[in-house]
Design a protein around this ligand. Structure first.
Ligand code: HEC
Ligand code: HEC
Length: 332
């Protein structure tokens, strides 16, 4: 049975209580409120226009952005597969393996920072990274890529439409702006948003119980807000040391010992579809990932029912893929 009067009553109460305590908005004073996803993750410095988004979509799917023409953004962030490649760590040009799991690009534009270690400020800055990364797409430099794109007449037209004021529209910076504008529309509202918007029947009783466990068990200290994460950087192994210490995390960026094993708290939107889990893709089962979080981040143990309920709630965060928006374009 999906709906019961009790669930409805509890849900209504829980929501009212939360609203009262946290001041109503999705980003209450404690930052622990959950919230609904926006329709579009807006940027003041990179406003999305239909022409810019269309260009960004095309670039996202174009393997010519890589040195040997083998790898596009979509190779590792398959938009029809929740924005991931499903592998522990990604494979780039020449079959080279990277050291980290590819996070989903869905809803990523809303995170405070990009990458597992937060080394890029936003999706626009991020988009330049993989193109030049020797393992991922391996272009020698941005100018090289711009020259490659300028030689494709279809792109010259698309860039001119997307950046009408630019004297030279086809640049590496504009490529990144266009991809970023496209990514800002990769939003996947789910049954959870419907529930938050007042449709009490949108989630099951078990899922609701899982939400309760998640909030009261302490998970929401780190995984909160509209993205259920993506809002801060935290140490992996806060209470009990993380099993693998191979990747120093943010310490590689800041060189500060206090940043050892610090990673971005991943968003849990679509998490049931984006395994394997963690920065190194070392865990395949979502229930196992939940169990490890309780142990290593909170120093607690969850019983079988609690784990199942939390996993059930995480499933309510699986959204709908925007099929029309991500439709693979004809490459120019
Ligand atoms: C070879 C596989 C590969 C390719 C190609 C690739 N990525 Fe990624 N992407 C990754 C991996 C792995 C990470 C995580 C790396 C890290 O955190 O150090 C990542 C991280 C990201 C993130 C950050 C998400 C977050 O939650 O922090 C975004 C956004 C992204 N990529 C977009 C793109 C775009 C746009 C392109 C094309 C220009 C692209 N990627 C090409 C594998 C790839
Ligand atoms: C102290 C902060 C903190 C708390 C508390 C916390 N997490 Fe996490 N969570 C993280 C960080 C950081 C990562 C990334 C760790 C890594 O990749 O090594 C993560 C990763 C995850 C992942 C894997 C997501 C992915 O895409 O790979 C899941 C699932 C998860 N957490 C669920 C939970 C649950 C359920 C709880 C409560 C039992 C919880 N977390 C408590 C910080 C926290």
């Amino acid at each position: 049975m999906r709906k019961t009067a009790t669930l409805t009553a509890i849900a209504a109460l829980a929501l009212t209580a939360q609203m009262g305590r946290h001041g109503g908005g999705p980003h209450g004073p404690h930052g622990r409120m959950m919230g609904t996803l926006p329709k579009q993750i807006a940027s003041e410095t990179n406003p999305a226009t239909p022409a810019k988004v269309a260009l960004g979509r095309t670039l996202f799917y174009d393997p010519r952005l890589s040195k040997d023409g083998s790898t596009s953004c979509n190779s590792c962030h398959d938009l029809s597969n929740y924005g991931v490649d499903g592998k522990p760590v990604s494979t780039g040009v020449n079959g080279q393996k990277g050291g980290r799991n590819s996070p989903t690009v869905y809803n990523a534009a809303g995170h405070v920072l990009q990458f597992w270690d937060g080394r890029a400020a936003d999706v626009e800055e991020q988009a330049k990274g993989p193109v030049l990364n020797p393992i991922e797409m391996a272009m020698p430099d941005g100018e090289d890529l711009a020259a490659k794109l300028r030689a494709i007449p279809g792109y010259v037209k698309m860039f001119a439409k997307a950046f009408p004021e630019a004297v030279e529209p086809v640049t590496f910076d504009n490529m990144a702006l266009a991809i970023g504008a496209f990514e800002r529309g990769l939003v996947t509202p789910s049954r959870w948003d419907s529930f938050l918007a007042g449709n009490r029947n949108a989630i099951t009783e078990e899922e609701f119980a899982g939400h309760h466990e998640f909030m009261h068990g302490g998970c929401a200290q780190c995984h909160n807000g509209a993205y259920v994460g993506g809002g801060s950087l935290q140490k992996a192994g806060l209470k009990v040391a993380w099993p693998s210490q191979a990747d120093p995390g943010r310490m590689a960026v800041t060189k500060a010992e206090t940043d050892r094993m610090v990673f971005k708290v991943p968003s849990l939107r679509n998490v049931a579809k984006t395994g394997p889990y963690f920065h190194d893709g070392s865990v395949t089962e979502l229930e196992k990932a939940v169990e490890m979080m309780a142990k290593h981040q909170l120093g607690t143990t969850l019983d079988g029912t609690q784990k199942k309920q939390i996993v059930a709630w995480l499933n309510s965060l699986t959204g709908e893929i925007p099929k029309d928006y991500i439709k693979a374009p004809k490459l120019p």
